[in-house]
Design a protein around this ligand. Sequence first.
Ligand code: FES
Length: 123
Amino acid sequence: MMNAKSQLTVTFLPDNCSASVKHGVSLLEAVRKAGIKLPTRCGGKAGCMMCKVSVESADAGALRPPAEAEKRKLGSLLDEGVRLACQAAVWGDVRVHIPEDPLKAAVRRRLEAARRGEAEDLW
Ligand code: FES
């Protein structure tokens, strides 16, 4: 007998926003439902690796274990908690780390430098 909650909560970090999804929905769908932009090129076919996210080991069981295509693509990254959002299905409440967009990361570094008083050389 299956004992799954009908609605599961996927929380995305670092923004701490969440989506409520049904059991078995892909993480990529949950990402979109939460309004997060995660660009992809392969249409969710484990081809582009642009949908990489990570989960802490405590939450690993809240996602369907990786199938062959995902194992082949990620290799040892799987051991570090990396998953392909298009392949990982949600089986339980889970917290997912979205990697920072490179452009956003550059802006953040500049803002942090400005806060430290290094603004004069920045712009
Ligand atoms: S969307 Fe391309 S690998 Fe997941």
